[in-house]
Design a protein around this ligand. Sequence first.
Ligand code: S3P
Length: 169
Amino acid sequence: MIVLTGFMGAGKSTVGSMLAEKLGLPFVDIDIHIEQRRGRPVRTIFQEEGEQAFRQLEHEAILEIMCGSDAVVAVGGGAVEHPETRRTLRDHATVVYLVVSYDEAIQRIGHDVDRPMLHVDDVRGLYKRRLRVYEQSATLAIATDGRDPETVVLDLLSRIHDATGGERT
Ligand code: S3P
């Protein structure tokens, strides 16, 4: 399994689907998986059930996907804050942290109404708090600021090649 993490706007879904295509693997976006299962957008789940309930659904979805066949998987920006999710990822996946600066993330995604965590009181504080968690849970980290997704994917392919001893690429 290859799992992409990083803050909102890091490019997890874009880079993930391109990477999956290059590796000939299926691509799974955990947010979309949850939305399909629950029949409601993530934003509505947050509104109606709250963040904690969403985190639990997210954890269950990730566990299910990690126990299935090989894939490239994009997880939401808050997934690694759940301790059991961190454990699951550590046991099952090569975890790729897509690094994005706060300013560039906001520039890329603006104040998207579909991302409830962009509307908490202190988004910069959230970003800062998560940085260490992303770093600690990552197998490898890739810079994305000022780089287009194609460049990031090529960099990533060579880093995965090195990290897996050429087993995948
Ligand atoms: C979240 C990020 C979102 C989504 C949900 C919560 C977060 O995914 O899972 O809105 O807590 O950072 P993206 O990182 O793909 O935007």
